[in-house]
Design a protein around this ligand. Sequence first.
Ligand code: NAD
Length: 314
Amino acid sequence: IKMKKFALIGAAGYIAPRHMQAIKATGNELVAALDPNDSVGIIDSHFPDADFFTEFERFDRHLDRLRRSGSEKKVDYVSICSPNYLHDSHMRFALRSGADAICEKPLVLNPWNIDGLIDIERDTGRKVNTILQLRLHPAICELQDRILTEPKEKKYEVDLTYITSRGHWYLQSWKGDEKKSGGIATNIGVHFFDMLHFLFGRLQDIKVHLSEDTRAAGYLEYERARVRWFLSIDINDVPAQVREQGQRTFRSITVDQQEIEFSSGFTDLHTRSYEEIIAGRGFGLEENRVAIETVSNIRNATLQSGGDQHPFVL
Ligand code: NAD
């Protein structure tokens, strides 16, 4: 089969090298990259022949020229690693350029953005693929198999705690700006809210107990689970014994009091995602809808107190 050609938007950022590795590991080629920031020497470790642009218009012209020079040269996929609030615009660009998109999480900040993208998919005949990497995590797949063998009426009790310390830079960057990242429940939580829907079905109830720049917590009820969740980027929320061992991250998911071991198996999930996408089994727009509705509702919810609080909420 023909080697696929890729372009990459947001090439200077933290997650972009994971995409470069995935393109390489699946036997494909990065031909062009865009980033307004020119700290992109990392490209040489993967694709030293790739063209690079700091201006969108020149990148657009280049992709257009490749498209018009025939199917051998044309870009097949545009991978999108830009800040969250730019994703929908960058996906429209990809599809209108005759390529499929591979977009980082969260797909968009609000569910109505998905509707517009569905129209463009239809108009262009191209597809949006998304990175929902936890759906490919071996421990999560195993758990899903187990849940599916249980009676449908069974309701699980789930506690989800995810503390991933970030330095002072976080709140100074686009990630700390709710208009750009959606806030912490969106930017960090969306992985887990998608996973919970994937495992436990339709979302039935949302309560938010805590919503700050660095921490958020609440309660989610799904067809098959009641979930108390807590997310933080503040090192002070890492339990003391864990912090004393020099750890800056604390991750725990319990299902009916039983810990789900999923700290390993994270590393090559971008490559796994690319394998699935290239085989035509990528997760599409509609598969993102529940997670995007969840984060959008959490962002706009009024705070409540009540008996369903995660134990870390004081
Ligand atoms: P980052 O800030 O390190 O990188 C973003 C890059 O986008 C920067 O280099 C920036 O210059 C560039 N950029 C800004 N405006 C642009 C524009 N108009 N056009 C092109 N590029 C532009 O952020 P990051 O941590 O790499 O995150 C990028 C995306 O990946 C985000 O959507 C984030 O949510 C997602 N992400 C996913 C995972 C995961 O595990 N799947 C992990 C981290 C981040």
